[in-house]
Design a protein around this ligand. Structure first.
Ligand SMILES: Cc1cc2nc3c(=O)[nH]c(=O)nc-3n(C[C@H](O)[C@H](O)[C@H](O)COP(=O)(O)OP(=O)(O)OC[C@H]3O[C@@H](n4cnc5c(N)ncnc54)[C@H](O)[C@@H]3O)c2cc1C
Length: 294
């Protein structure tokens, strides 16, 4: 059964940096409902305990500032609430402990962030035992004291792979190797210096993971040199994949090829941003632009 219809001027979906900034800027003139599926607002900021957000803040500290500013507005916030679908008649279907609800809105901001590519995106042989995680999952497991192993191979060398590799070393674990298919590390020079060089993380360039070994739990990987074809085994109990991010635009399905004019995408849901400041700037600009046009 679907509960009675709620109405709002603007529905913001996603309570990360983008959704928080968009909701704050839009709230001056309109009724805004912000919906977040997790219990806490902040999105990926909450799992990024390193410094470098808005200068030298940690992710959680940066999120706390945004949440505090939002609390001073009239934005209605619903956490623990998942938006299941958006329909062309400007309604959204929400799922929460209250049950299923439909919300009617005039405009909608989609700020659902992005997803990480998983090992399934690669043609890797072997079974899929436990111990293969994306970088984001490892960050969450570290916070929750979850089952991250002690010897880790990191596949992919962008900013996220480098930052999480450093977190693993700082937590007392060993990063056996960072494996990268290109002939140089990805990411910002700052991260290469502060994460990889400072912690002496071994790097295998022009290499990829060809095969996963182990039953039950991963026991190793086979790494192939892309130039020589040479294959060698590396023992590990965890494989961390940092294979890149894809904007999460699933809720646009069913809305047609051209996005309707009542819908705006912002933050990593629009395109992947390296820095949070750009996310916030663009989301706030959306508020200013929409404030003038309706
Ligand atoms: C590991 C890592 C390190 C980074 N390091 C830095 C750094 O040092 N400095 C810097 O400036 N930037 C850094 N960034 C970038 C910055 O953190 C991000 O660009 C920014 O936080 C993205 O915000 P967002 O709101 O677009 O996405 P997200 O934070 O992903 O927010 C999306 C939100 O939408 C919610 N959501 C998704 N689908 C639904 C749904 N159907 N219903 C309800 N809610 C939903 C999610 O739960 C999530 O809370 C880093 C990012 C990562 C991942």
């Amino acid at each position: 059964m679907i509960n009675a219809m709620e109405e709002t001027d603007i529905l913001v979906i996603g309570g990360g940096a983008a959704g928080l900034a968009a909701a704050e800027s839009l709230s001056a003139r309109r009724r805004v409902l912000l919906v977040e599926r997790e219990e806490r607002l902040g999105g990926v900021l909450l799992q990024c305990v390193h410094r470098g957000f808005g200068g030298e803040q940690t992710g959680p500290a940066y999120a706390a500032g945004s949440v505090a500013r939002l609390a001073k507005t009239a934005v209605q916030v619903r956490t623990g609430t998942h938006v299941l679908s958006l329909a062309p008649d400007r309604t959204a279907l929400l799922s929460s402990p209250r049950g299923l609800e439909r919300v009617r809105f005039d405009r909608c901001v989609l700020a659902t962030g992005c997803r990480e590519r998983t090992i399934h995106a690669l043609p890797v042989a072997g079974t899929r035992p436990a111990g293969i995680f994306t970088a984001g999952t490892v960050q969450r497991l570290l916070l929750d004291h979850g089952p991250v192993g002690e010897r880790i191979v990191v596949l992919g060398s962008g900013d996220i792979g480098q930052i999480v590799a450093r977190q693993l070393v700082q937590s007392g674990r060993r990063v056996v190797a960072m494996v990268e298919q290109r002939d140089r590390l990805g990411g910002l020079a700052r991260n290469r210096r502060d994460c990889v060089e400072t912690y002496h993380i071994p790097v295998l360039l022009r290499s990829t993971v060809d095969e996963i070994l182990g039953e039950g739990r991963i026991s190793g990987v086979v790494v192939r040199d892309l130039d020589t074809g040479r294959r060698r085994r590396l023992a590990c109990d965890t494989l961390l994949t940092a294979l890149g991010l894809v904007p999460d635009q699933d809720l646009c399905r069913g809305l047609g090829a051209d996005l309707p004019d009542w819908l705006a995408l912002c933050g990593n849901c629009d395109y992947v941003h390296e820095m949070v400041d750009g996310v916030v700037r663009e989301a706030a600009a959306l508020g200013a632009a929409w404030g003038e046009t309706f």
